[in-house]
Design a protein around this ligand. Structure first.
Ligand code: NAP
Length: 316
């Protein structure tokens, strides 16, 4: 391993949290290195218009916002590696990181690996992903103008997506596995009052159906199983939006950092400190409550300040 592979501040993940941490640590002359991972720019790169990021009066496209953030951090010396970290060792200092082809050591680490949409776990769901199946209504709703779509889930996201999709689709069927909802009353009522939304309860998707025409796959419907009677029925639709929650991207840190029961990294109250000195967490990976670009950026800033002070205290 060359000396160049020693990093003062290694940032794992490149959404708003990671890139804001890079901007601040860059301006503090800490020469941050960002490991951008599998989805450079994070979840915002699969959204379209972002209307709630302060400073953009008329909104901005998600990928463009992330591009600006990356360039802003690079202006202060942050270096991006378009690599995924596959192994970490926090048992001694300097910490060790591995990508597929290199090994690195780091004085400090900021984890901002975010969260990903959960999927049902069917082969046919994978097969038709992007061909009718989606996990993001704001990204793909537009493609379902005057078509019929299904939303799966019973939480706030499912209600929000069902309502949102009625802007485009002619009909939205919300399928949920039980007859009670996790969604807040107001979100549920909004969906219920929407004349384009109907509900199918006590149903799970067993299979996604589709056809292949002129070398192009297209989803045509789903098979639903009733969770009470076991009866299987077919529901024809052009789209299927999976809205069953998110999973924090923390597999890499299992057994190495403290996590809550859902796998979110635990941080010390009001800070970004994890249970290991020198390892910090920011953004959705440690936040199951707010999950906004602006809150992720805010905690990215906190992580940078925490790292800077911690490095100083260690005289590193
Ligand atoms: P969630 O609250 O965890 O709800 C997930 C839903 O998906 C539940 O109804 C769950 O069913 C169902 N589900 C989970 N796994 C499933 C599977 N394998 N097959 C079928 N159904 C499955 O997730 P969320 O709706 O994404 O919300 C996450 C957080 O963000 C919440 O705190 C929510 O309040 C917040 N949020 C807020 C807003 C807003 O205020 N505007 C919008 C979106 C999200 P069960 O209920 O049976 O477990």
């Amino acid at each position: 391993m060359s000396e160049n592979n020693h990093i003062k501040v290694a940032i794992i993940g490149s959404g708003p949290a990671g890139l804001t941490a890079a901007l601040y640590t860059g301006r503090a002359n800490l020469n941050p290195v960002i490991f951008e991972g599998m989805q450079p720019g994070g979840q915002l790169t699969i959204t379209t218009e972002v209307e709630n990021y302060p400073g953009f009066e008329h909104g901005i496209q998600g990928p463009e916002l992330m591009d600006i953030m990356r360039k802003q951090a690079a202006r202060f010396g942050a270096v991006s590696h378009f690599k995924e970290i596959t192994e970490v060792d926090f048992s001694s200092r300097p910490f060790k990181l591995k990508s597929y082809d290199e090994e690195y050591t780091a004085d400090s680490i900021i984890i901002s690996t975010g969260a990903s949409a959960k999927l049902i776990g069917l082969e046919s769901e994978k097969k038709y992903m992007g061909y009718g199946v989606s996990a993001c209504a704001t990204c793909d709703g537009f493609f379902f103008k005057n078509l019929k779509v299904i939303v799966v889930g019973g939480g706030d996201t499912a209600m929000e997506e069902a309502n949102y999709l009625t802007r485009h689709a002619s009909e939205v069927v919300l399928v949920h596995r039980r007859d009670g909802f996790r969604a807040s009353k107001i979100m549920y009522e909004r969906a219920q009052k929407n004349p384009k939304v109907s509900f199918m309860l006590n149903k799970v998707v067993k299979e996604v159906l589709g056809v292949e025409e002129n070398n192009r796959k297209r989803m045509t419907g789903v098979l639903l199983e009733d969770t009470v009677t076991g009866e299987v029925t077919q529901l024809d639709a052009d789209g299927l939006f999976i809205a069953i929650g998110h999973k924090p991207n923390t597999d890499l840190f299992k057994g190495k950092l403290d996590m809550d029961e859902s796998g979110y990294l635990k941080v010390k109250n009001g800070s970004t400190y994890t249970n290991i000195d020198g390892v910090f967490a920011s953004g959705d990976v440690a936040d199951k409550t707010y999950r906004q670009a602006i809150t992720a950026a805010g905690t990215g800033c906190m992580a940078a300040i925490d790292v800077e002070r911690w490095l100083e205290s260690q005289e590193l």
